[in-house]
Design a protein around this ligand. Structure first.
Ligand code: TYD
Ligand code: MG
Length: 489
């Protein structure tokens, strides 16, 4: 009798207790929220003024979160084994079978180059850039021109008619009915469509518009962006389908959302350019499958983006007579040499404080070069306005542009032009010494190819150089004074 009673107890009271608990958590307790740092994704149960992780101020925002609900379908592996059941054994590296990664080659050779030689199966690629720079155009062009592969373009930003309108503008629309458009923002619905369509490549425009039903907060919030990316990452890795994500950027040029987003993806590409120029640069910021210093150049035309395969020709302005303050430098970006034009304007300061401004070049580095000129060259630039510009609206980080820039500044200051057949490739050090730069032969060869007659390089570069190979006159210098004596002396 006693045993019966306790069994009754078990069968009756326990389910009631569970039900009461369930009721309470679902309907009585308030929604579960937590605070996220908008800059790095750090999570905190309460609001903080300063992020302990990235030290940013006032970045915490409250977001509603919810525990994953098993009834909502998610991207799952086709097999039933979970990662905890599958036991991985350490393998000797030589015994790992390496299947030659079958990269997908696109029609766009600039994109292939930036990706490190085509699209790697199962890779997650993030493309960031300012609004209106052409991210959607670039991706739609990729989708339309990828012959023999089914592409799914998921848009949360534009309607299908708008995308069709854009596709009409893109001239070389050679799609053979293999480009599919889906206007959807729920990841669960997207995965459902993907399972039916089985595309070879998936493009998401944009990650900030997606939402996952596992998380309560609004699309674009840190927790949503992170969850949606994590789901897409699992999908990409498990099915070996490459996924391109378009990402918005914040006003300081960072990709919006947590910094962890950039860690999760395999490749981060930055699409940039000056709005007032038609040239656009696609730069690899991070690439697990290739060089991160690679660069692709496009021109935005009325009919979409056109690849620019010979950048030097567009970056050099057509001129027949030498002008003061203009020089040409041989720079290397990634695997490619480009000749760029640097312009400087030095004039008497009309106001008390001289102005210094650099477009396409680091302002701090320009200030350093001006200090070197002041101290080592004896030029009185402290009372003058100095403006520096890299033409074509591109940004150069190669230090080999230093000497060309210094020559342009002095040319403008003295109002003596530098011959337009002269080119520069050397770094300038703090004591006014001319330093060697990498890939000097490649730079000299490019200058020669484009018809330059003279190139200034560092004497430290010249040592390891076979001068007889080149027809161009090579002037090797060790100090900036030598350059000035040669050019303006
Ligand atoms: P878009 O791809 O919408 O930019 P994003 O997705 O980065 O916001 O690019 C829009 C700009 O590109 C817009 O200003 C118009 C211009 N454009 C052209 O000049 N030619 C074209 O063929 C297309 C499609 C766009
Ligand atoms: Mg867009």
């Amino acid at each position: 009798m006693k045993e019966n009673y306790s069994l009754f107890h078990f069968h009756f009271f326990i389910p009631v207790a569970i039900r009461a608990y369930y009721f309470q958590t679902n309907f009585v307790s308030k929604l579960k929220t937590t605070y996220f740092c908008q800059s790095c994704g750090y999570q905190s149960p309460k609001w903080l003024g300063k992020c302990p992780s990235c030290s940013a101020w006032n970045t915490f925002v409250e977001e509603i979160i919810e525990k994953p609900n098993a009834s909502i379908p998610n991207w799952k592996a086709p097999t039933t084994t979970t990662s905890t059941q599958r036991s991985q054994k350490p393998q000797e590296i030589n015994s790992i079978a390496y299947n030659e990664q079958q990269r997908i080659l696109t029609n766009d050779s600039e994109l292939n180059r930036v990706l490190g030689g085509g699209i790697v199966p199962g890779s997650l690629v993030l493309i960031g850039g300012e609004p209106g720079i052409g991210k959607s155009t670039l991706m739609l062009q990729l989708a339309l021109n990828l012959k023999g592969h089914r592409v799914l373009y998921v848009s949360g930003e534009e309607s299908d008619q708008q995308i069709k309108m854009r596709a009409e503008r893109i001239e070389e629309n050679s799609s053979k009915g293999e480009c599919f458009i889906l206007t959807e923002t729920s990841t669960q619905n997207i995965f459902k469509q993907i399972e039916e369509l089985e595309p070879r490549i998936v493009i998401i425009d944009s990650i900030q518009t997606l939402y996952s039903a596992h998380i309560e907060s609004t699309p674009g919030s840190v927790s949503q962006v992170r969850e949606c990316t994590a789901e897409l990452l699992r999908f990409a890795k498990e099915t070996a389908t490459p996924v391109f994500l378009i990402g918005h950027i914040t006003k300081d040029g960072m990709i919006a959302g947590p910094k962890i987003l950039e860690h999760m993806v395999d490749t981060v590409l930055q699409f940039e350019g000056d709005r007032h120029y038609s040239y656009r640069i696609l730069r690899a910021v991070k690439n697990r499958f290739g060089s991160a210093s690679e660069l692709g150049i496009y021109e935005m035309q009325g009919s979409g983006l056109r690849e620019v395969s010979n950048p030097s020709e567009i970056l050099l302005s057509q001129r027949d007579e030498p002008l003061s303050g203009v020089t040409v430098s041989a720079t290397v970006e990634g695997a490619r040499t480009m000749l760029v034009e640097t312009q400087a304007l030095v004039s008497h300061s009309a106001y008390g404080t001289p102005q210094r401004s650099a477009t396409g070049y680091d302002t701090r580095r320009m200030n350093m070069l001006l200090a070197v000129l002041e101290k080592r060259g004896g030029f009185k630039l402290g009372v003058k306005d100095v403006f520096v510009n890299i033409t074509g609206g591109i940004r150069i980080e190669d230090p080999a542009i230093d000497l060309g820039l210094v020559a342009a500044i002095i040319s403008s200051n003295e109002d003596i032009p530098v011959s337009y057949k002269t080119c520069f490739a050397a770094e300038v050090g703090l004591s006014g010494e001319i330093r060697a730069v990498n890939r000097i032969e490649q730079r000299i060869a490019e200058a020669e190819k484009l018809g330059f007659e003279q190139i200034f390089i560092s004497k430290y570069n010249q040592k390891a150089l076979d001068l007889k190979r080149f027809n161009i006159e090579i002037v090797s210098v060790g100090k900036i004074e030598e350059v000035f004596n040669y050019l303006f002396g």
